[in-house]
Design a protein around this ligand. Structure first.
Ligand code: G3H
Ligand code: 13P
Ligand code: NA
Ligand code: ZN
Length: 328
């Protein structure tokens, strides 16, 4: 069944678990997520980015998610739009049938430039008014995602100017968060607590304080009824990096957010945990390995099937670690 994010996250808060929100771009990811959810009896949040809508086409994505709901009737599914850059973008997703949208007013319409607090409140509040009238939930974002180690906002290629963000900018201010939630009435708030998007989060193996758990606690204490969201929550599995590099890939040493630290965040109000990169890495590793080991194969179903299995195993691990399993 299609369900709003609010319903899912309220249940998660009541029972003290978190829900991974996996990005979806293609059939293989969709199948992997649904098979994992069905196996572990977990509710699902799938999210489509602007890039996903561009790659697959909005209608393909919509009907793929609806097809998944039809094929797995016992799994509750929230169809979420990731990182909307304006109220108009969110409105189009609502019209298309999404049950939840993110209005990311922390960045401008280019999806890159940090904005003022006033701009963020304005676009988010307008989106909430429109979305709630349609029974659709809204996630807002306050703060700039950035790695506390490198000061980088997260670069897809691992190359970027270091120290572009100050330590202060990379941690959402608890008082401002309380004011923001009051002014916008968002259902969920993405916070900056030391995570960043992409595969290049940390250059060294993570220690105990990769994330600012202290800051998550402070924010949760101020806004206990707002569900917290952690973007950039891929763990960058070292075993998949090794497979990619063993079979011809060239990915430099890099580390993600340890699952145990995400679990610690879940104990303090984090309910939605965004994961994209981990499924990309598993997919790439599975294809590289299969092609290297089966050089005469040319049926794409053979190597794409490998990606489904690889992604499914990661989804199962996260559903189990975050306590989502058993709550469908
Ligand atoms: O927020 C970033 C997600 O990983 C989506 O990435 O914009 O390349 O689809 P994308
Ligand atoms: P990762 O790049 O860590 O998977 O984060 C994804 C994300 O936050 C999507 O919004
Ligand atoms: Na931001
Ligand atoms: Zn994100």
């Amino acid at each position: 069944a299609l369900i709003s994010m609010r319903q899912l996250l309220d249940h998660a808060a009541e029972y003290g678990y978190g829900i991974p929100a996996f990005n979806v771009n293609n059939l293989e990811q969709m199948r992997a997520i649904m098979e994992a959810a069905s196996k572990t009896n977990s509710p699902v949040i799938v999210q489509a980015s602007a890039g996903a809508r561009k790659y697959a086409g909005s209608n393909f994505l919509k009907h793929m998610i609806l097809a998944a709901i039809e094929e797995f009737p016992d799994v509750p599914v929230c169809m979420h739009q990731d990182h909307g850059t304006s109220p108009a973008v969110c409105q189009r997703s609502i019209a298309l049938g999404f049950s939840s949208v993110m209005m990311d007013g922390s960045l401008g319409t280019d999806g890159k430039t940090p904005t003022s607090y006033e701009y963020n409140v304005d676009v988010t509040r307008r989106t909430v008014e429109m979305a709630h009238a349609c029974g659709v939930s809204v996630e807002g974002e306050l703060g700039c995602l950035g790695s506390l180690e490198t000061g980088m906002a997260g670069e897809e290629d691992g190359i970027g100017a270091e120290g572009v963000l100050s330590h202060d900018q990379m941690l959402t201010d608890p008082d401002e968060a309380a004011e923001f939630v009051k002014a916008t009435n968002v259902d969920a708030l993405a916070i900056a607590c030391g995570t960043s998007h992409g595969a290049y989060k940390f250059t060294k193996p993570p220690t105990g304080d990769t994330l600012s758990i202290g800051r998550i606690k402070e924010i949760h204490a101020r806004i206990p009824n707002t569900h917290l969201v952690m973007h950039g929550s891929s763990s960058v599995p070292q075993e998949w990096l090794a497979i990619i590099n063993e079979y011809g890939g060239e990915i430099p040493e890099t580390y993600g957010v340890p699952v145990e630290q995400i679990v610690e965040g879940i104990k303090h109000g984090v309910r939605k945990v965004n994961i994209d990169t981990d499924l990309r890495l598993a997919s790439t590793g599975a294809v590289r390995r299969f092609m290297a080991q089966n050089p005469s194969e040319f049926d794409p179903r053979k190597f794409l099937k490998e990606t489904i299995g690889a992604m499914r195993d990661i989804c199962i691990d996260r559903y189990e670690a975050f306590g989502t399993a058993g709550h469908a």
